[in-house]
Design a binder for this molecule. Structure first.
Ligand SMILES: Cc1cc2nc3c(=O)[nH]c(=O)nc-3n(C[C@H](O)[C@H](O)[C@H](O)COP(=O)(O)OP(=O)(O)OC[C@H]3O[C@@H](n4cnc5c(N)ncnc54)[C@H](O)[C@@H]3O)c2cc1C
Length: 365
């Protein structure tokens, strides 16, 4: 039996789409070649964050954070939702001065924030290196455990574990030779999107993360340096930024790095050293903590750092949901809502044209 909706890729984006369409009483099948939530979704930090790199990014992250919040009452404990808030750290007066315009920008768009002077910053996070100028707190941001979230969001969907070898308008051919079709086909294959759609401007962007042993209470908020956006939005081959997240287990997740042009998933010592050095510059106690595991993952990066969500150009039944770079855990729910609206011919809070593949010349051909 063919389902109403067929989703290729069981990461957080595919899983969020599954939940949205199941919620409409439709039958959903996910085809996944490895594990549900085992791709970039398992490599990420799980920070649900409103970001202001562009108007469209702000709209998508803001709407998505609201959708995560709406799920909190029904979320199982293994999703490990915690409203930690994001504390953007200003290392000097110049960074702190820039933050005031950030505050009004967030406020005008309905997101609560707080400016912290140096005293308030150290009250909030006593472990930060002395001499920081202040901070910008976004109290409504949160943290989840994304692999379990993906598993939960996709409950109720039929799961087929195989690889999609070919894709067309409303149909796929699996590696085992089976053909599946559906009125609505969604390709949510993350950083691997170009395997099935070679023209898409999606490039893998490698990231490293480290996790420490348990140090409960060492950090209270998701801590990020204000320079993070430079690393995330820039196009340099390699960059690192201070980004530390307290987990429910008492562990600290330490990031983050970004690299283009590296397809090997091996942990690279020089990137780990750069990343940990940066972390110690902000949070000196890290040098006395045991890092118990290191890993890498691949973000699906697009030239403008916005995802590609919408109908595949030239097709009528096949939709794309990829290119979520370092925000796909956050933006999975907004992506799913946007696709559902597109399929139903409805308009929602998000402007579909901002995220459609047609914004790229190579996709309009
Ligand atoms: C180091 C790092 C830190 C991050 N931190 C955060 C964060 O704090 N907050 C945040 O919001 N985001 C974060 N991200 C980004 C986030 O992890 C990704 O944007 C998100 O997980 C993408 O989800 P996805 O479902 O698109 O991709 P994936 O999770 O990669 O899922 C795609 C799935 O498709 C499957 N697949 C691929 N090709 C085929 C095929 N042909 N047939 C069948 N199955 C196929 C894969 O096996 C995979 O399971 C981070 C990423 C990294 C690397």
């Amino acid at each position: 039996m063919n389902p109403d909706v067929l989703i290729v890729g069981g990461g957080i984006v595919g899983a969020a789409c599954a939940k949205a369409f199941l919620g409409q009483g439709m039958s959903v099948t996910i085809v996944e070649r490895a594990l549900i939530g085992g791709g970039a979704t398992a490599s990420g930090m799980g920070h649900v964050v409103v970001m202001d790199d562009s108007e469209s990014q702000f709209a998508l992250t803001h709407r998505s954070r609201d959708l995560w919040d709406a799920l909190v009452p029904v979320m199982p404990a293994e999703v490990e939702f915690e409203r930690r808030g994001t504390l953007w750290v200003a290392a000097d007066e110049e960074e702190l001065a820039a933050v005031s315009s950030k505050k009004s920008y967030y406020l005008e768009r309905g997101v609560e924030t707080e400016l912290l002077d140096a005293k308030a910053l150290y009250q909030a996070e006593p472990g930060l290196r002395a001499g920081m100028a202040g901070g910008f707190l976004v109290p409504g941001d949160s943290v989840i455990y994304a692999p379990c979230a993906a598993n939960w969001l996709s409950e109720g969907a039929t799961r087929v574990f195989d690889e999609v070898a070919e894709i067309g308008d409303g149909w796929v051919k699996l590696r085992n030779g089976d053909r599946l079709s559906a009125q609505i086909l969604i390709c949510a294959t993350g950083a691997f999107a170009t395997e099935l759609f070679p023209a898409l401007p999606v490039k893998p962007r490698k990231g490293h993360l480290a996790i420490t042993d348990r140090y409960p209470g060492a950090v209270q908020h998701q801590l990020i340096e204000l320079g993070y956006l430079k690393s995330a939005h820039g196009h340099s081959t390699e960059s690192v930024a201070f980004n530390v997240q307290p987990r429910k287990t008492g562990q600290l997740l330490i990031g983050s790095s970004r690299q283009y042009g590296v397809e090997d998933k091996a942990v690279e010592q020089h990137m780990v050293s750069k990343m940990l050095t940066r972390a110690v510059e902000y949070l000196p106690s890290i040098q006395n903590m045991s890092v118990i595991r290191l890993w890498t993952g691949f973000r699906a990066a697009t030239p403008d750092k916005l995802p590609i969500v919408g109908l595949c150009p030239g097709l009528k039944q096949t939709y794309l949901a990829t290119g979520h770079e370092g925000l796909g855990i956050t933006t999975s729910l907004g992506t799913a809502e946007l696709l559902l609206n597109l399929v139903r011919g409805q308009t929602g809070i998000l402007r579909a044209a901002d995220y459609g593949a047609e914004r790229f010349a190579e996709c309009r051909a």
